[in-house]
Every structure is written in C-alpha cells, then in structure tokens.
Write a protein that binds this ligand. Structure first.
Ligand SMILES: *Cc1c(COP(=O)(O)O)cnc(C)c1O
Length: 384
C-alpha cells in the first residue's frame, strides 16, 4: 500500500503542488490542463482590490454578496465561509446535540467526509444511505442531511429530494443540503429548483465547483438559523475573509450556465473515444470518470497495490507527463480517489478530445509498466 492515511495524503498533495509549480515555472501555465472541475479563479478589479481592508472589505462586499448570493442560492440570507466543509461543520456544531441522530440521504455513497467527521466531533450518531427505500428518520434526530450532487457528480432524483424534505419537516427537523456542486449542476443541467426553493432550511455550495470562483463555501437558508450558525462561524474562525468574499461575489456574477450545458454535450464524444480502449469509464454530467475499482478492473497483471493506490499513481502520471490535473493527485485528505475528467471549466474548452483520449491511454500504458515495481510507484506519488 502506498497511501495509507491522511498524512500520506497530505504528503502526496504537497508533491503534486511542487510538480504543478515546476510546470508553471519551466513551461508556463498553458501547459497545465486543470480538468478537476474546480478551476478556482480570482476575478477582481484594481479598485475592488484597494478596498480589501479588514473592516472596509466586509462592509462593501458582504453586503453585495447578500443580493447576488440569494439570487444564486435562494433563501432569506447568505453567509460566506472559508470552505463548504466549514459550513457543514458550523451547521452541525450549531444544530446537532451529543447522542442525537443525524441521517443523510445521497444518490450514491460515499458522503463527503466532513459530514461524518463533524458528527463524530459533537458525539452524534450518524447514519447514511443511498437506498431511498431504506431511508428512515429515527427518534431523537436533530438534523437531516441531503447531498444534491455527490463528489462524483451523481445527482439526486428530484422527487426523492422533495419527499425527504417533507419527511423531515413533518417532524420539525431541519434539513441541511450539501449542494457543493449541485447548486449549479442540479439547477442548470438537470433543471431542478434551488435547494432552498425545495424547502431546504440550510444549503451550502462550493464557490469553485463548476464556476469561476475561489475555493470557499456559500451558505444560504432561513435567516434565524443562519444567524445562529454565524455565531459559531465567527467563534471558530470559519468565515470567509474579505478577499475571498470579493472573489466569490465576482465568481457568481461571472457564472455562465452555457459552459455546463456545452460540456454536457461534449462528454459523449470523449466517452466514445475512451470506450474503444477501456471498459470501465463512466459518464458524469459534465465529463467522464473511472473509479479506483474500475481502474483495477482494467489492469490484468499481478501487483500488490490497493485500488486507491492505482488511482493515485495514474493521477500522478497524468500530471507529470501531460500536465493534466485530476483530483486524486491534488485533493485534500479524504477527497474522492475517483479520476474525473471534467469538461466544464476553462482549460477544457479548447481541448482536442482525440488528443486528450490519447494522453489518457498512454498514461494508462505507463501505469501498467510501473505497477510491478512498488518502489517506482512510491517515487511517482511522493517525490518530485
Ligand atoms: C467538494 C465537496 C465538499 C467540500 O468542499 P470543500 O471546499 O473541500 O470544503 C463537500 N461536499 C461535496 C458533495 C463536495 O463535492
């Protein structure tokens, strides 16, 4: 095994960032292709930048974010956070009591790790399922969680979404929606309503997923709950700082749903090309992906690596040899090891898909070459 724990994940991430830095310095940013779907970005004018002072910044940009954020997310009030995970933590710290139950429904496991980790921190019992018929709300439940679109972009069925909110509200239990990518994917590509319009009490989105914003979290929902959560957010330093709020504001203003719809159409071409050589690539709404298990199924030589290890090594080969950035190499500890090639963000717009599929194929051939040699694999993942 190569990646055994969160510390290994932090180390591999540091190595991935060194590789990226090296490519930018030696070959230029144009030689990198960020296909994570989390393109980040920091849109700001010089006059806006000059207002980024500790107290002046929030006075201007937090106010502007209320209007723009509510338009994007619905709800009565929005709150800007350092990350989506921060918003999930703050909501659970505020609404969930020790020994109470939290139940979570999502289209497909696994849930984002910040949800079970936050429940663990407050001493709550956490249950999750991706089987709608098995979803129940036990006695002493303090929070119902719904994921709008999973880390691998599996989108919840709208009828199930509504039914779960109804079940929770019949018993006066608040509903938190993890809509990290869903706030755009569900609404723009699948024509679903915003989570708050479906009755969510709290919804949180990630401002760098499928939009040109910085990594950050934007929470929307009921004013009374947001006000309570905001207290915890400020007590524990989970809020977005003025530079982040400014870039979030401009990221949302510059969000263009057409790009999502275009990538929705282009992914079929990439999928057809990859299916000529592979069996286990799957389509996502805006690209293609291969799970660690799927990748292992493509490998028919003997080795001692875990499925996740294969995904990490593959992701590093794509990065080192072709400058293609995918999440397993750069992700935070606990991020999904699925390799996703997302076509919805800037670097993908002008990419020749035949060329991309060739690069994926030859990276895979290299993976087959190196996996019998575990030392070599370790070197690919950990040393630059
Ligand atoms: C990305 C993601 C998160 C966490 O976002 P961070 O910015 O890393 O905190 C939470 N839930 C889902 C479903 C996600 O895709």
């Amino acid at each position: 095994m190569i990646i055994n724990n969160s510390l290994d994940e932090v180390r591999k991430r540091e190595n991935a960032l060194s590789i990226i830095k090296n490519i930018v310095e030696n070959n230029g940013r144009a030689c990198l292709f960020d296909l994570t779907g989390l393109s980040g970005g920091f849109i700001a004018s010089p006059s806006e930048l000059s207002l980024l002072e500790t107290y002046v910044g929030p006075a201007i940009f937090e106010d502007a974010l209320q209007e723009v954020g509510i338009k994007h997310m619905g709800g009565e009030k929005v709150l800007a956070l350092n990350r989506t995970s921060s918003g999930i933590l703050a909501t659970i710290l505020t609404l969930v009591k020790k020994d109470s139950n939290v139940v979570h429904y999502l289209a497909k496991l696994p849930a984002h790790p910040s949800i079970p980790r936050s429940c663990n921190l407050v001493g709550a019992n956490y249950f999750e399922t991706d089987i709608f018929e098995e979803f129940t709300i036990p006695e002493n439940t303090s929070l119902v969680v719904i994921t709008g679109s999973t880390m691998d972009h599996q989108v919840i069925d709208e009828a199930e979404f509504k039914r779960i909110i109804q079940m929770a509200h019949e018993r006066n239990i608040p509903v938190m929606v993890d809509d990290a990518s869903g706030a755009r994917l569900r609404t723009v590509v699948f024509n679903q309503p915003r989570a708050c319009d479906l009755g969510a009490d709290i919804a949180i989105t990630s401002t760098d997923k499928l939009m040109p914003g910085p990594r950050g979290g934007l929470m929307a929902g009921r004013r009374d709950l947001i006000d309570e959560i905001k207290v915890k957010v400020n007590q524990f330093g989970l809020e977005a700082q003025p530079p982040l709020v400014l870039a979030m504001l401009n990221g949302i203003k510059n969000f263009n749903g057409e790009n999502l719809v275009k990538s929705y159409n282009r992914k079929d071409q990439l999928s057809d090309l990859l299916d000529l050589k592979f069996n286990n690539f799957e389509k996502t709404p805006t690209g293609v992906m291969i799970s660690p298990e799927g990748l292992a199924g493509e490998v028919n030589i003997s080795h001692n690596l875990s499925d996740d290890d294969l995904a990490f090594i593959f992701s590093f080969i794509l990065l080192k040899d072709y400058g293609i950035i995918t999440i397993p190499a750069v992700g935070m500890p606990g991020a999904s090891p699925t390799i996703r090639f997302d076509l919805s963000t800037r670097d993908a717009f002008n990419l020749n898909l035949k060329d991309l599929s060739k690069k994926i194929e030859s990276s895979f051939d290299k993976l087959l070459d190196v996996i019998p040699n575990e030392e070599k694999c370790r070197e690919i993942v950990f040393s630059f």
